[in-house]
Design a protein around this ligand. Structure first.
Ligand code: 9MR
Length: 734
């Protein structure tokens, strides 16, 4: 490539031709080959600006920003490349240390926007006025680094749902191609006969994938079979099925996945599969300390996180599920996960159809199969009992509040069987969010256990009421963010209003009592917009889930209010339909600035659940078909050409982050079982693998199937739970 032109005019500040501007409170001077900004004290970061406009970047091309800076007194500075007008869409942001001595800085990025960009430095917020100087500034196109440029180009150019398409559903594939015009493709059956053909629709540059794409639509073809593929010139896709029975097996595998996540019980090889047999974890057998008698966190760390909070009791918090690849157990995440298993059961009962196996007592591979109780309830009960045990006992300060979490006091690392974990365990301070969440899920569970286990149902309902009262009496006991070294995840949350709304919703659905309806009506979420396309539901934000529950089961609400709730779901789902029509990979997920979030696959599943709810409410097949198509992304029609569910499709993850499915680092241990969902692309590089290998990745490609890549490749209860729901919905809905 010839030396590229510099997009910055006179970035050496030698000719007096530079085009820098300054906003209020900043004075610019140019001398001695540098540009200096004298910044007055005060204001917010964005109240003192300097920048340069009119940068023409080409989406998909890579650029290097370099400059030298000096800041006196020292001050960290951020530099942003963003659209030069509303909505100021950010393409890249860099953090510059900003020391008094002149220091060089350079960073590479891939452009993702066609509109004219600006380079902008927000400089406000300093206590004293200060000086920021720049020289040797340049912005030039570079050859993309091998890793960044080619990631979406790896794998077959034609991306399909590697599991298959519904006979009467949408059938679309995504083709990675720079061609500006339509290209022809053929559909080939297992016997190599051409059974269909068409031309693609060019869909331009996709900033989430960092490549240009086309969409190939073969929806019109409706002959069931296996071993189909799409071909275009020399390109051929992975093989796929056309069938009406695509998700029944996934429902079983995704649910059976929970059994070997169980803590406090031996995992039997005859049930989970030979490779997955292991001793019980955290039951007090050395080297474990055990979870049968756990005290509250003490010492400096407790002080730093929770001030003068302490407790003098110990709790038996054995059982429950391990959260993820770690050995922690977190009430908030446990509650939202078990809620989605229970929601799968309730949906099955109300909408699943008489022939659905979803309520079955032999649905999955668990020791309780055949005990006369539906398997979904058996699995849910394992976690519910743990959640009830996390409640502060009567007579103690904060009685009825729920401990936020229990985990090791230091991080361990893979490989580490649960039974081998030698670290001490500790209870963390109760939180309002955990308490409302447990109130919600206990209320939900009590209505679903009423028939099969009335005694347990009664225990659940009284726990739910107790938690509701306690959380309302302690409305701002927030779970803090730690320094990252506390030995477990934070599940920090600074707003419990959505958890209150969820608890009120489930308590109302179960009891019909006026107190809970009043609380719903008083909530900002009652009529607020709670189903964003950035992910309708999330452990930290449960309002969307509560809304769906009210829409599906709120028949006792006054009609006008039920209509309001239901129409909000239908409105959100219709927005999702138009969003999907503009996505070449068919996924329904639109994060701000295309920045894929931690657990992005889970957010896509939650958005699918909004569609499934809209379908259940309306019977409109457009919603069912949109749900089916969004699942294409999870199963291979994506920039990684990868199915994100172990054992499904031509290429799926094997090395998700887990201490016991740690085959990659200990060959005597297994890989994760079939039906394990990987977290998925994460634009923020949190782990060492992402930092080393995924520099400059386009959002959809910020993923690595490596055990150390916990930011994109972990397994987690709150990701497999919506997978169970979606698989069950897609298996049953017609
Ligand atoms: O899923 C969680 C994600 O939303 C957060 O951004 C992230 C950082 O707080 O934590 C994730 O949850 C992890 C938890 O903290 C510990 N167990 C593993 C979870 C999945 O990575």
């Amino acid at each position: 490539m010839a030396a590229a032109a510099d997009l910055i005019v006179d970035g050496r500040f030698e000719q007096g031709r530079d085009t820098f501007w300054a906003g209020e409170g900043v004075a610019l001077t140019r001398s001695g080959r540098q540009l200096c900004a004298d910044v007055s004290a005060g204001g917010d970061t964005w109240d003192r600006l300097i920048g340069v406009n009119g940068l023409k970047l080409e989406p998909g091309l890579h650029y290097r920003l370099s400059l030298s800076t000096a800041a006196d007194p020292a001050r960290a500075v951020s530099a942003r490349i963003q659209r030069g007008a509303e909505p100021w869409t950010v393409q890249s942001e860099f953090s510059i240390a900003g020391a008094p001595e002149r220091a060089p800085f350079s960073a590479d990025f891939m452009a993702s926007e066609e509109d004219e960009a600006q380079l902008i430095f927000p400089l406000g917020g300093a206590e004293k006025s200060w000086r920021f100087c720049i020289d040797d500034l340049s912005l030039v196109e570079i050859e993309a680094s091998a890793g960044a440029a080619s990631r979406a180009n790896q794998g077959p150019a034609i991306r399909v749902n590697q599991l298959g398409y519904f006979t009467d559903g949408p059938k679309r594939a995504t083709v990675i191609s720079d061609a500006r015009r339509a290209i022809s493709f053929q559909l080939i059956d297992a016997g190599d006969a051409v059974v269909g053909e068409g031309t693609t629709r060019p869909s331009g540059f996709d900033p989430s994938a960092g490549v240009r794409t086309h969409v190939a639509d073969f929806s019109a073809y409706a002959v069931p079979g296996n071993g189909y593929r799409l071909v275009s010139g020399d390109w051929t896709s992975d093989r796929f099925s056309i069938s009406d029975d695509l998700y029944g097996r996934l429902r079983v595998d995704a649910l059976s996945w929970f059994y070997p996540q169980r803590s406090g019980i031996q995992i039997r090889g005859d049930i989970a599969g030979k490779a997955y047999a292991r001793p019980a974890g955290h039951i007090g057998v050395a080297p474990n300390e055990g979870d049968q008698s756990v005290g509250c966190l003490t010492g400096d760390e407790a002080k730093a996180l929770y001030g003068d909070w302490s407790c003098s009791y110990r709790l038996d918090v054995s059982g429950g599920w391990y959260d993820a690849g770690d050995h922690g157990k977190y009430a908030v995440n446990g509650a939202v996960s078990v809620a989605q298993l229970l929601a799968t059961f309730e949906r099955g009962r109300v909408f699943g159809g008489a022939a659905s196996p979803v309520l079955g007592d032999r649905l999955s591979h668990i020791p309780e199969s055949g005990n006369g109780i539906p398997d979904l309830l058996d699995e849910a009960r394992w976690e519910l009992q743990f959640l009830l045990a996390m409640m502060v006992p009567d007579g103690e300060p904060l009685a009825g509040m729920v401990h936020h979490k229990i985990h090791d006091t230091e991080w361990s690392s893979p490989p580490m069987l649960p039974s081998e974990d030698p670290k001490p365990r500790a209870l963390h301070r109760p939180s309002t969010a955990a308490t409302f969440d447990v109130a919600a899920v206990a209320a939900q569970a009590s209505r679903l256990f009423a028939k099969d286990n009335p005694t347990f149902a009664a225990t659940l309902l009284s726990a739910a009421r107790k938690a509701w009262v306690a959380a309302n009496a302690n409305p701002v006991l927030l779970a803090p963010k730690s320094d990252g070294n506390s030995g477990g995840g934070d599940y920090d949350d600074d707003d419990a209003s959505d958890e209150l709304y969820w608890a009120a919703a489930e308590l109302f659905l179960t009891t019909g009592e006026a107190t809970y309806l009043d609380a719903l009506r008083a909530s900002p979420h009652w009529s607020g917009d709670v189903l964003p396309s950035t992910g309708a539901f999330h452990w930290r934000n449960v309002a969307g889930f509560a809304r769906l529950q009210l829409a599906l089961y709120g028949v006792a609400l006054p009609k006008a209010e039920l209509d309001m709730v239901r129409s909000s779901v239908l409105t959100a789902a219709r927005t999702f339909l138009s969003l999907q029509a503009a996505e070449p990979f068919g996924q329904i997920y639109r994060p701000a600035n295309h920045q894929y979030d931690w657990g992005s696959n889970q957010l896509i599943l939650q958005n699918i659940i909004v569609l499934s709810t809209a379908f259940d409410l309306s019977g409109d097949k457009a919603f069912l078909n949109a749900a089916r198509e969004s699942m294409d992304y999870i199963l291979g029609r994506n920039a990684m050409a990868m199915s994100y569910i172990t054992g499904y499709g031509a290429r799926s993850p094997e090395n998700q982050h887990s201490r016991w499915y740690a085959h990659q680092v200990d060959p005597t241990l297994p890989n994760p079982p079939v039906g394990s969902l990987a977290g998925g692309p994460n634009s923020t590089p949190v782990d060492a693998i992402a930092k080393q290998r995924l520099q400059g990745c386009a959002p959809q490609t910020c993923y690595a199937d490596d055990i150390e890549a916990y930011g994109s490749n972990e397994i987690t209860i709150n990701w497999n739970a919506p997978l169970v729901y979606v698989a069950s919905f897609l298996a049953d809905a017609r």
